[in-house]
Design a protein around this ligand. Structure first.
Ligand SMILES: [Zn+2]
Length: 812
């Protein structure tokens, strides 16, 4: 699963913050009394009340010890009837229900070898549940009565971590696995999707249709899914298996462009792991208002708003890592599942690692290198991550486990393990892990055992350090050359608090045009590494494969960095050299690195070099100009071209107007936005006229630049468009455009306009309260109040006061 926070789509994070204060840490595995065997559901929906009517036949058997009781998670339901099925009759059972679980007293004691089926008649009422965050409902009715214009009517589910019991009674734990049959009765105009195979569709006399989906292989309850709506299906295939993409008809023409890499990724992962894609089909569905980025339900992956996109938005994405992430889960998560949330690494670190190996295979080492680096920064950004071990039994609620340790750090730890063992042993180990634990659950220990069996190595040290220990090494590297003894020395200090790490390292010595690799170990707080060399090395490249999860201070002269930029092969080699150069731009060696990087083969580094340029230095400014102009014109990568246009804009040279005009023809919104920004630096009226031409087709940064220019001009004539575009925008757009939307209201001296805008903000603050948006809206309202007081617009001031009252009242 990839979760998101509304304030930054690309920040892999979670919105399920700890909300049940006082919950005890989960320092143990919950006892398993009963096991799920099969789940049969007959489901229909009440779109008006947002109810789910369910009849469930749930087949169970005691796990080990005889028992006469059964506890099922069932959240916020009305339980009408609970019976045990005896042949053709149903025998009613006594039960108690506390709104979270049904405790059933069975008709007799059952033994471990006996399975029995309980029938439950229930109504799930997701929108009437109290005291939960809105992403814990399990099932979601989107625009159920079609009242919101331009928004499709859909139903979809999201079960992880323990929300599936919001729409059907189950034992809602990851260490349960069950086969399933889901019969969904829906208005016949709609399409359905669920786990497994669509085995029948039956039209009913009342204008509904019943679709039956069967999942013949066992999987965990949190991976159950349903979706209902007006979706167009694009049929693809992989080795004779069905691969399909479900999209809102508006985005259906781009289905292959959005999801089309799926079959190739299925082939790549199947071959790499030596375990073929284990399920009958793979479907990807893009739904509206999804509460997360994506979720790996078995055979039916759900994707959120960023996957409702046009080919023009796709042109602004260099690559997609979410599709391989979710697909890799079909093996790591769905086929072999983390035994408990404390071991979520067995799902999420693997999915993150799946991104890395897919990018490496599909786009090459530089793309994978950049992804590795960015992910590491994501982990490092939050210092609270440093105290958490990868296997962590000390979480309070399962949602706490969805963090930068489980995802990014864990993915990079697997990448280190691959590097240490070598590809052959590592993938042999993964094959063993998958086949040994197929359709079962696993903890980190199962992975260690598989890797040890495959490689013959003892890996206790690795797992103790990286899986059960917290933090990372903070290294300081110093170098020395002794021409008498012909010895290059590297002093490595571990400066972190907490554990001292044991690190196997590759060190490449570059001298006399040759590269010699040494494999060494770091074991102590301070280590001294010595290497013989006939002549002084041009470069001693520590962690030459750039796999280490660490922070480091690498003290070496610019000349060595230059050598590293031009001779060491990896993304991070060049990136680090460029970083060093960026800090010393007056130095001619640094300039040589930066100018070389402006033409680096990898667009990510070209972009970094462009952004690194210090234009406050007039010599640098003059020297960089022709290269920047050329990049602004000819750069093929949209992100790098946009960066070049934005920097060139700072020259404010009218002679570049034709260049900016030409860039407006790009299919990339990002490039067009940069072009309009460039024009605005030279001729604001022209920029405004240009912006107006893009009113009907804009997204991302282009929308932002239009809002910026309109807010700056403050012409009341532009308000109707701004208002329409803002209210029709996605939540993410509303967040990123909030400041400009507020500025426009402040500058336009028109009470009607202002009050219309205040109403929008008031509604948003109430609607998205649980997403953490409200404090930002309150700040905006305060800005408006201040502006309107100065303008003596007392009606608008009064309106702000009332809006704030309404916002604060709601939910109290
Ligand atoms: Zn995931």
């Amino acid at each position: 699963m990839i979760k998101t926070i509304v304030l930054n789509t690309f920040f892999y994070c979670f919105i399920l913050l700890c909300c049940r204060h006082g919950a005890r840490a989960q320092a143990f595995n919950a006892e398993i009394i009963n096991d799920l065997v099969h789940t049969k559901l007959d489901i229909s929906f009440d779109y008006k009340k947002c109810y789910v009517y369910g009849k469930e036949g749930i087949t169970i058997k005691p796990h080990c010890y005889p028992t006469d009781s059964l506890r099922l998670d069932a959240k916020g339901m009305d339980i009408h009837k609970v019976c045990v099925i005896k042949g053709s009759s149903m025998v009613p059972l006594t039960f108690t229900y506390d709104n979270l679980a049904i405790n059933i007293h069975l008709d007799r004691v059952y033994h471990a070898n006996e399975s029995y089926t309980v029938h439950i008649d229930y109504t799930a009422k997701p929108n009437e549940r109290k005291g939960i965050r809105k992403n814990e409902k399990g099932i979601y009715f989107i625009n159920p009565q079609g009242e919101e214009k331009d928004k499709p009517t859909q139903i979809w589910t999201e079960g992880e971590p323990e929300s599936s019991s919001g729409w059907f009674p189950t034992i809602d734990k990851p260490d349960q696995k069950t086969t399933s049959e889901i019969n969904m009765t829906v208005p016949s105009k709609y399409v359905t999707l669920s786990n497994g195979k669509l085995v029948s569709q039956k039209n009913n006399p009342n204008g509904t249709r019943t679709d039956t989906w069967k999942m013949a292989l066992p999987n965990a309850p949190y991976l159950f899914m349903m979706a209902v709506g007006d979706f167009k299906i694009y049929h693809d295939h992989w080795r004779g298996k069905e691969v399909s993409y479900y999209l809102d008809p508006k985005y259906a023409p781009y289905a292959k462009q959005i999801f089309g890499q799926t079959p190739e990724a299925m082939e790549f992962f199947s071959k790499t792991l030596g375990v073929d894609f284990p399920w009958n089909k793979e479907a990807a569905i893009a739904v509206s208002d999804y509460i997360s980025v994506a979720m790996e339900n078995t055979t039916a992956t759900v994707f959120g708003n960023p996957y409702q996109t046009s080919y023009r938005e796709l042109a602004d994405q260099d690559y997609n890592a979410t599709i391989p992430h979710e697909l890799f889960h079909q093996w790591f998560g769905d086929y072999v599942t983390a035994k408990n949330w404390a071991n979520l690494t067995m799902n999420e670190s693997f999915a993150d690692f799946g991104e890395i190996i897919w990018l490496e295979y599909k786009y090459g080492k530089d793309v994978a290198g950049e992804h590795l680096y960015k992910g590491l920064q994501e982990y490092l950004r939050n210092k609270r991550n440093f105290g958490k071990a990868l296997v962590n039994y000390n979480y309070k609620v399962p949602a706490d486990m969805f963090n930068g340790v489980t995802y990014q750090k864990g993915g990079r730890i697997l990448n280190m393990l691959r590097n240490y063992l070598g590809n052959e042993a590592f993938y042999k180990g993964l094959h063993l892990y998958l086949t040994t634990n197929a359709f079962k659950n696993a903890e980190a220990t199962q992975l260690r055992l598989a890797m040890e069996e495959a490689s013959g190595s003892d890996l206790n040290w690795f797992f103790n350090q990286w899986y059960f220990g917290a933090g990372h090494p903070v290294l300081k590297l110093n170098y020395q050359w002794d021409s008498i003894s012909k010895t290059a020395t590297v002093y490595v200090a571990q400066e972190q608090d907490g554990q001292i790490f044991k690190l196997p390292l590759a060190v490449d010595i570059y001298s006399g045009g040759k590269k010699v690799r040494h494999k060494v170990w770091i074991r102590n707080k301070n280590d001294t590494l010595k290497f013989h060399s006939e002549i002084e090395p041009d470069l001693v490249n520590v962690d030459a494969d750039k796999v280490l999860v660490c922070q480091k201070t690498d003290i070496k002269p610019l000349a060595v960095n230059a050598y590293q930029y031009f001779h060491a092969p990896l993304y991070l080699d060049r990136f680090e050299a460029l970083e060093a150069a960026q800090k010393n731009q007056k130095d001619s060696i640094a300039q040589r690195i930066i100018f070389a990087a402006l033409n680096d083969p990898f667009p990510g580094l070209r972009k970094k070099a462009i952004m690194a340029l210090d234009l406050s230095d007039s010599l640098m400014k003059t020297k960089a100009e022709p290269t920047l102009a050329a990049l602004a014109q000819n750069e093929r990568n949209n992100q790098a071209r946009s960066a070049a246009l934005l920097i060139l804009a700072r020259y404010r040279e009218p002679r570049y107007l034709p260049l900016f005009d030409a860039a407006l023809k790009s299919e990339s919104y990002t490039v067009q936005a940069a072009a309009i920004f460039g024009i605005a630096q030279i001729d604001e009226d022209k920029a405004l006229k240009t912006a107006r031409k893009f009113e009907n087709d804009n997204a991302g940064e282009l929308t932002e630049v239009i809002f910026h220019l309109y807010a700056k001009k403050a012409d009341v004539k532009d308000w109707p468009y701004l208002y329409r575009r803002y209210t029709a925008g996605t939540l993410q757009e509303k967040v990123s455009l909030l400041s400009e939307f507020t500025s426009m209201m402040n500058s336009v001296k028109d009470p009607t306009t202002t009050q219309q805008g205040i109403a929008v903000l008031r509604e948003m603050a109430i609607k998205y309260k649980t997403d953490g948006l409200t404090p930002y809206i309150i700040k905006s309202l305060d800005r408006i109040k201040e502006a309107k007081e100065k303008q003596n617009d007392s009606a608008s001031v009064e309106d702000v006061i009332n809006a704030k009252k309404d916002i604060n009242m709601d939910g109290k």
